[in-house]
Design a protein around this ligand. Sequence first.
Ligand SMILES: [Zn+2]
Length: 80
Amino acid sequence: MAGNETTTKTRPIDIIWLDPLPNHDHRIVLFKGKTIGFSPLDSDEIRLTSCYKCKKENYALAVMDGVCAWCGWSVEELDQ
Ligand SMILES: [Zn+2]
């Protein structure tokens, strides 16, 4: 998806990608002012580290899927 300006996804303006910190390879992602995870620099996919719905820190193996291991909330719901 890198470099592709056309996307079929419409995301709410409540999602904010912070500028990457020096020497970091990812951008912190905020939703409605809360940190929910991060994105690799070459992608807008969101890795869910902190669930927006149940507020728990996500289980590490579920982070890459963007799905909360505790309540099942998915970052894909942000696209709807
Ligand atoms: Zn959750």
